[in-house]
Design a protein around this ligand. Structure first.
Ligand SMILES: [Zn+2]
Length: 97
């Protein structure tokens, strides 16, 4: 989690395994406050490797829950900064199993 911490701790809004709720505001993470951080402070090229790493874990944690999100929805949630359509999100989810 060291890269994760370095990149994301600066924001103050951070969520961890296994709940993936923001420790600061309690919203499902990445929470609205985190996603609202301007791109000059949090750029996509730094986020892709970090979020890919946590995404695999998040899918394992969240997919089995009753009423929980489906894997493609989890992909879209954690990779919100990429313009993914449903098909692409599904393809990524399949590779994360
Ligand atoms: Zn938050």
């Amino acid at each position: 989690m060291s890269v994760f911490g370095t990149v994301l701790a600066v924001t103050g809004h951070i969520g961890y395994h296994p709940s993936w709720d923001c420790e600061t505001c309690g919203e499902p993470w990445p929470c609205p406050s985190f996603r609202a951080i301007p791109r000059d402070r949090l750029d996509g090229t730094a986020l892709i490797p970090v979020m890919s790493c946590v995404l695999r874990r998040a899918i394992r944690d969240l997919r089995g829950r009753p009423e929980g999100p489906q894997p493609p929805e989890i992909v879209k949630r954690f990779l919100w900064f990429l313009p993914l359509n449903d098909e692409e999100a599904r393809a990524i989810a399949l590779r994360m199993r």
